[in-house]
Design a protein around this ligand. Structure first.
Ligand code: ADP
Ligand code: ADP
Length: 233
């Protein structure tokens, strides 16, 4: 379970405070697919990046499975980050590395598995995302949908409990979007991961999310089961 208690965030730029998230209290249950929707600048990305501490909160408390993640030291943070995978709109793959090496990267950095164990894990992940035949290709040789599948496999490499998706389908055509959303739903169903996704597209929320938070100007203006929140305008 992900729990925000009065979490707020302002960016400091050239001595000025730019408010991004007003004090927010929120619970995301284990195993949920939780969507966050809102216009550009609403604070979605800030909220998402607070979950894996890519951003530091200006105040408040963030607990993941009862652990206060704002209080972790460097070692604790490194371990915690292995429990939270993330995928991105523009995939963020390393262009000089093969598909297999991109997927293996978090495991190599963690340094906890042998080479053989890493190879086995990568082979299994390639199968899960349907890229068995593309292990030795480079990102430039792949379609957008295939690149995002590499991103997903890389995010799953450390066997996280949570997957954060930052506009993961916004750069994809409708057909590819459908396939990637199906893959995310499968990961939620079969592996039990909690998924938190941000999007500006209502349709993405409708198709995969259990619950949704609607954000505007750094505030969650509505939150609840998708069918209830979208019933009224
Ligand atoms: P969204 O993801 O909904 O587009 P963001 O969380 O990116 O919203 O942005 C919320 C607010 O914080 C916006 O006003 C944005 O300009 C500002 N902001 C986001 N990231 C930074 C940053 N690194 N430095 C300064 N301001 C930022
Ligand atoms: P096991 O404990 O035998 O690995 P699980 O039911 O936990 O069994 O998982 C079945 C398979 O699914 C695992 O072997 C692993 O390949 C994959 N898997 C499980 N959890 C995750 C996860 N969080 N991320 C990626 N793959 C996972």
């Amino acid at each position: 379970m992900i729990q925000f208690q009065s979490v707020h965030k302002a960016y400091r730029v050239a001595g000025r405070e730019i408010p991004a998230l007003q004090p927010t209290t929120l619970q995301i249950g284990s195993g949920q697919v939780f969507g966050i929707i809102g216009h550009s600048g609403a604070g979605k990305s800030t909220l998402l990046r607070l979950i894996n501490r890519l951003e530091e909160p200006s105040g408040g408390r963030i607990e993941i499975d009862g652990v206060d993640v704002t209080a972790l030291d460097a070692t604790g943070l490194r371990r915690f980050r292995q429990q939270v995978g993330m995928i991105f709109q523009h995939f963020n793959l390393l262009s000089s590395k093969t598909v297999a090496d991109n997927i293996a990267m978090p495991l190599r950095l963690a340094g906890e598995l042998s080479r053989a164990e890493i190879d086995a894990r990568v082979a299994e992940l390639l199968g899960r995302v349907g890229l068995q035949d593309h292990a030795n290709k480079y990102p430039a040789q792949l379609s957008g949908g295939q690149k995002q599948r590499v991103g997903i496999a890389r995010a799953l490499s450390t066997r996280p409990k949570i997957l954060l998706c930052d506009e993961a389908t916004s750069a994809l055509d409708p057909q590819t979007t459908t396939a990637v959303l199906q893959l995310l739903a499968e990961i939620n169903r079969e592996l039990g991961l909690t998924i938190v996704l941000i999007t500006h597209e209502m349709d993405v929320i409708r198709r995969v999310c259990d619950r949704v938070a609607v954000m505007d100007a750094g505030v969650i203006v509505e939150e609840g089961p998708v069918a209830e929140v979208f019933l009224h305008p």
